[in-house]
Write a protein that binds this ligand. Structure first.
Ligand SMILES: [Zn+2]
Length: 584
């Protein structure tokens, strides 16, 4: 594989697409291995309940997005056999009551039955009501957006109806009272079987509200609103000042549960014009930020020193939505989280991966089920292009949790797409006419109206070429308030214009086919970070240039992150393989 430019989003998308279909089980029609153990020798991947619904839905969504954004003419623009196998699993698991079900296999038994279920009897069929339903509805919606094939839409509508049928109805909204639905119905009624179960079980709100937004399907709005209202009313998981309570039970401590819920509440608030939901989500986002770092690392659980990429992508999506609808200042968060921890967590080097695996202490515990549901076939190779699920501040691995999770591969891919899709946004007037283009994130991106070539972090320079005359606003790095715009005519005469930022953006008019170079300062700073909890902390020092974290000291022992080059040629973007979809 030729080396990938560290800021080339389209090349990264190709690598991610390869990885998402590289760890499938040929004995089981391409069912994915969702989990992996990096300390097994050789590294081993295992089937788990998350293969079902959650994994195959998330991957179907992510692959569709990746194959949209890769370069025109890229081989990765075409689906692989793995795409079809993963999608076939997503649809095959859709069954009784119009829900997606777990496979009747030992490896797919419910997780946490002692907390999330009442009177659990092993061997009973179960529909995981949270992430599995979310993943499947997400996958169906994105396939429908991409293909306009009504089979996906009809399945998505049936899915929503199935979820509405099994939901318990209360004056405060809709409730899924246990973590799993069983044939014959719920064994518990009402809220609070386990702390934060209401947020956990509202996971499907996000694709449901987006389905309503895209298609106008009212039952999807009813589902999203009902689950959100109930969870907000009954959740015990916030302190009086609004901070997340972080200490009671496994779901309450799970950051992704909380960040996905904040994202869902924000989206419901934006789509239904409920300003109180938007305000709540803004506050919740600010509290969640305080548990991570300003470069986009967020913990898998509150107080842990290893992270989860699902959380990074949730926080990027929160920042992008807040930037688009509430205050453009939030785009700075999306840029820092994206160009730093999201990109830096993607495995691009097999050599570096193998070196890390050699020096990580081995764990010789045998695979569960005598290895019948596991593979050791090319696991490390399959993860090149995937994401370090549980990285720490300075390393792709931390011995606290050296395991692979496919949720993070899909989330990382989705995050790449979001950065690419929303880097340049068309701002419309109230009556739907194009008002201006906004460069919110300074990546190299090409759209039919604007080509952006970014020289960061080597220098503070963007080359902007307009294909139609446009007013363009560009967000400067936080701390930079002025820029120089240099345009050169065909005759070779240069014009230099000094620009002052207003609310973080400089504005300029660019004529059709004109290229304008924008020069600005990239302020340098050094910041100290400590994460974890007493007795189990990790500290490091980061060196920044503009909004790029260049170096972190000390370097991690296994797969050190943030040893970034500072003398890069800029990425030359090209138009994508297909018309962009709205992912948020
Ligand atoms: Zn994850």
């Amino acid at each position: 594989m030729t080396a990938i430019h560290p800021f080339d989003l389209q090349a990264r998308a190709e690598a991610a697409a390869r990885s998402l279909v590289a760890l499938l089980d040929p004995q089981r029609d391409g069912l994915m291995y969702f989990l992996g153990d990096w300390r097994a020798r050789p590294p081993r991947a295992d089937h788990s309940l998350w293969d079902c619904g959650d994994g195959c839905g998330r991957h179907t969504d992510a692959l569709t997005l990746l194959r949209t954004m890769v370069r025109q003419g890229s081989p990765a623009a075409m689906p692989a056999i793995g795409d079809e196998q993963i999608e076939a699993w997503m649809i095959r698991l859709f069954g009784e009551n119009d829900l997606t079900w777990l496979l009747p296999e030992p490896f797919a038994a419910p997780w946490g039955p002692q907390w999330l279920l009442v009177d659990w009897e092993a061997g009973t069929p179960a529909a995981e009501i949270s992430w599995a339903q979310r993943g499947t509805l997400l996958g169906l919606l994105t396939r429908y957006q991409r293909t306009a094939d009504v089979r996906y839409l009809h399945l998505a509508q049936r899915h929503v109806q199935g979820l509405l049928r099994v939901a318990q109805r209360y004056p405060q909204g809709l409730c899924f009272p246990e973590g799993y639905y069983r044939p014959g119905g719920w064994h518990f009624h009402g809220p609070n079987l386990h702390p934060a179960l209401e947020e956990y079980n509202a996971a499907v709100v996000l694709p449901a509200i987006h389905l309503y937004e895209v298609t106008g399907y009212i039952p999807a709005l009813d589902l999203a609103e009902g689950l959100t209202r109930f969870a907000l009313y009954h959740t015990p998981s916030y302190l009086p000042d609004g901070r997340p309570r972080t200490t009671e039970g496994v779901n309450e401590n799970h950051f992704h549960t909380r960040s996905n819920f904040a994202l869902s509440v924000l989206k419901v608030g934006l789509v239904t014009n409920r300003r109180e939901y938007v305000a709540w989500a803004r506050q919740c986002y600010a509290h969640l930020q305080s548990w991570g770092t300003d470069f986009g690392w967020f913990p898998e659980g509150f107080g842990l020193r290893h992270g989860e990429i699902c959380c990074t992508t949730d926080m990027i999506e929160l920042a992008l939505l807040l930037g688009k609808h509430v205050d453009r200042a939030y785009y700075a968060d999306a840029e820092r989280y994206g160009r730093n921890h999201l990109l830096e967590s993607q495995f691009l080097s097999l050599e570096q991966m193998q070196r890390a695996l050699e020096i990580m202490p081995a764990d010789d515990r045998p695979a569960a089920w005598e290895g019948r549901y596991s593979t050791i076939d090319g696991v490390a190779e399959s993860q090149i292009g995937g994401f370090a699920a549980r990285s720490t501040l300075n390393d792709a691995f931390h011995l606290d949790a050296p395991a692979m999770m496919q949720c993070c591969n899909a989330a990382g891919a989705r995050g790449l797409y979001d950065l690419w899709r929303y880097a340049v946004d068309e701002v419309m007037t109230d009556d739907g006419k194009p008002l201006q283009l906004a460069v919110n994130l300074r990546f190299s991106v090409e759209t039919p109206t604007l080509r952006v070539v970014s020289h960061e972090p080597t220098s503070g320079r963007l080359d902007l070429t307009a294909f139609q005359p446009r007013r363009v606003a560009v967000r400067l790095p936080v701390g930079t308030t002025e820029a120089l715009a240099v345009s050169t005519t065909e005759a070779g005469n240069s014009t230099v214009t000094e620009l002052r930022a207003q609310a973080g953006y400089v504005n300029m008019d660019i004529n059709s086919q004109q290229t304008l170079s924008l020069y600005y300062a990239l302020p340098e700073r050094t910041t100290h970070y400590t994460v974890g909890s007493p007795g189990r902390t990790l500290s490091c020092t980061g060196t920044w240039r503009g909004e790029t974290l260049l170096h972190v000291e000390p370097p991690g022992p296994y797969y050190p992150l943030y040893q970034r080059a500072v003398d890069l040629e800029p990425v030359q973007p090209v138009l994508p393989a297909q018309m962009p979809l709205d992912s948020l």
